[in-house]
Design a binder for this molecule. Structure first.
Ligand SMILES: *Cc1c(COP(=O)(O)O)cnc(C)c1O
Length: 293
């Protein structure tokens, strides 16, 4: 069973790395657990409540071979006594990824479906009944955003900007909903070619007076794509701050904030909070020795 340590969450100062007369703090949600790190528990918390109140004992969700969401779902289901089913995109490989192996070890049943069935959100018949509670691919939706909003209980309204990585946009929407009116939320998009993302986030935003913007230029070629510069940055960032990052989400976030800081995107004396949303387990898909941490 994974022990989640919410007491370990800290706010670490990183002014020295980001420079440019900015105050920069990093909210270390990665410290919750090496396995179920980051934002995923927050996104799942109210789903568990709803599943329970509907009398469902099985949670079904979707993801790829390296999905942080799949692994987190397997872990919380094990802890809370739900049966977990992971619908996985693509053919069953001869060797499971470490992520899927870990999910299976936590009792999740893995069901592999073709990419076209996956795109149609096909649910195998045996799981399509009133005992099952279904969570969207990547946990997108209002219930996830409501949970993500509680991330800001670890913060305060003194920050002028809150920066986070954006996949489905659920976490960002929650943060927009929870932030104060004087704060601005900056989301770094890790997917390429996702023109609907802004309107999807908008659909989850409750108070339309909040300030937020999506930055599209730091996806490094697309979801889970990377290059030598990003890997070098991760090692450099670790050397200077002792903070590990993951190449899918948080490395792109820290890289983007550093570039934006260098181009005076943030007015002088801004006070930034960067959300370290975890995801470190995904680095296992990199060739051994790539990272120094
Ligand atoms: C899932 C994930 C995100 C993105 O969250 P969304 O709510 O899908 O936008 C960001 N960072 C990490 C580490 C994640 O695992």
């Amino acid at each position: 069973m994974d022990n989640l340590s919410f007491e370990s969450i800290s706010i670490d100062n990183a002014d020295a790395f980001f420079k440019n007369d900015l105050k920069v703090d990093i909210l270390r949600l990665d410290k919750i657990s090496p396995i179920v790190s980051g934002n995923k528990w927050f996104k799942l918390r109210y789903h568990l409540e709803r599943a329970r109140s509907k009398g469902c004992n099985t949670l079904v969700t979707f993801g790829g071979a390296w999905s942080n969401h799949i692994l987190a779902t397997s872990s919380v289901c094990e802890a809370e006594g739900f049966t977990a089913v992971g619908i996985i995109r693509g053919e069953k490989p001869t060797l499971l990824s470490p992520t899927l192996t870990a999910a299976q070890e936590r009792g999740m049943q893995l069901v592999f479906i073709s990419r076209s069935d996956y795109a149609d959100k096909f649910i195998p018949e045996e799981y399509d009944n009133s005992n099952t509670y279904i969570i969207n691919d990547g946990g997108f939706g209002e219930t996830g955003a409501k949970g993500a909003a509680t991330i800001l209980t670890y913060s305060d309204s003194s920050y002028t900007h809150i920066c986070c990585a954006v996949g489905t946009g659920t976490m960002m929407a929650g943060i927009i909903n929870a932030c104060a009116i004087n704060q601005q939320v900056i989301g770094i998009q890790v997917l390429k070619n996702h023109p609907e993302l802004g309107s999807m986030i908008q659909s989850l935003v409750i108070d339309h007076g909040k300030k937020w913007n999506l930055v599209h230029d730091y996806h490094f070629g697309g979801y889970a794509k990377y290059n030598a510069a990003l890997l070098a940055f991760m090692n450099e960032f670790y050397t200077q701050t002792h903070i590990p990052s993951d190449f899918v989400y948080t490395a792109k976030l820290f890289y983007a904030v550093k570039q934006l800081a260098n181009t005076q995107f943030f007015p002088g004396k801004s006070k930034l909070l960067i959300i370290h949303s975890g995801g470190l387990q995904g680095n296992q898909s990199l060739p051994p020795g790539t990272l120094i941490f």
